[in-house]
Design a protein around this ligand. Structure first.
Ligand SMILES: C[S@@+](CC[C@H](N)C(=O)[O-])C[C@H]1O[C@@H](n2cnc3c(N)ncnc32)[C@H](O)[C@@H]1O
Length: 246
């Protein structure tokens, strides 16, 4: 897949994708997006083209029901998920769109305190909306403009696929897992971005550490479905525990 979008090349290759699954994901994505694929890969973002294909294919293969995206930015992953999913799925895209690559509450507060724009600026809201218009996916994407923890307060439905690419700090990832993972249904896919062991300055506080410390995998309720560089996708193999209600 050709792309002029930059993605990190400094990460050693982690490949736990059965070659057949990767071939199927690439073929499905090519078929689904046709000659618009290169244009989709130019939506600004950090997703590697093969990871975009895995999300597109994952959205097609997950159970019927609701898909939740935490962290949409300008809509790169949103497009691939929305284009891949079945008519029996609906995507809920959660992001405050306050600017920055991370845009966490702490980033925004620090920027305000310093009287500067968020270091990474600009706010992603208008571009995100343009992306949904351009790709004609406004009808299949429900936008939740806010932080994931706040959105969880109004949510009780089971989730067929969860894509976590929001605030990457350890405590925030733990919070997203605590909030959202218990709602995933049997067979649901749960994917995280930036999970490479070398991502971030402190391996003990990385996205990967947060996932491992959460006990998702050691509980036996999830198994690794596939892992490609810094995208880690798991599948719920056992039934859903009683979901927490707010
Ligand atoms: C790395 S970007 C997402 C990239 C996007 N998935 C893509 O494919 O281009 C991270 C996004 O997470 C959002 N974000 C930060 N904290 C969040 C939170 N607590 N809940 C939801 N989104 C959050 C930021 O506003 C930012 O747009």
């Amino acid at each position: 897949m050709a792309s002029d979008v930059k993605h990190p090349t400094w990460l050693p290759r982690i490949l736990r994708v059965p070659p057949r699954a990767l071939r199927q994901a690439r073929a499905f994505t090519r078929r689904t997006l046709g000659d618009t694929l290169d244009r989709a890969l130019r939506v600004p973002g950090w997703l590697h083209p093969d990871q975009a294909a895995l999300l597109c294919y994952g959205a097609h293969r997950c159970p019927d029901g609701l898909i939740v995206e935490i962290g949409s930015f300008k809509g790169r992953s949103t497009v691939f998920i929305a284009k891949g999913m079945k008519p029996t799925n609906r995507l809920h895209a959660v992001d405050p769109h306050l600017g920055g690559t991370i845009g966490s509450r702490a980033d925004v507060a620090a920027a305000k305190r310093l009287g500067t724009d968020n270091e990474f600026k600009p706010d992603s809201w208008s571009v995100f909306n343009d992306t949904l218009d351009t790709w004609e996916i406004k009808d299949s994407v429900h936008i939740i403009r806010g932080y994931s923890h706040d959105a969880r307060a109004d949510w009780s439905e089971p989730i067929a696929m969860l894509w976590v690419d929001g605030d990457h700090r350890y405590d925030a990832v733990r919070q997203d897992i605590d909030d959202w993972v218990p709602l995933t249904c049997p067979g649901a896919l749960v994917a995280f971005h930036d999970t490479h062991p070398n991502y971030g300055s402190d391996p003990g506080r990385s996205v990967r550490a947060a996932i491992l410390d959460s006990g998702m995998l050691s509980s036996g309720q999830f198994e690794t479905f596939l892992e490609l560089r810094n995208l880690w996708m798991m599948r719920r193999v056992s039934s859903m525990p009683a979901a927490r209600t707010h």
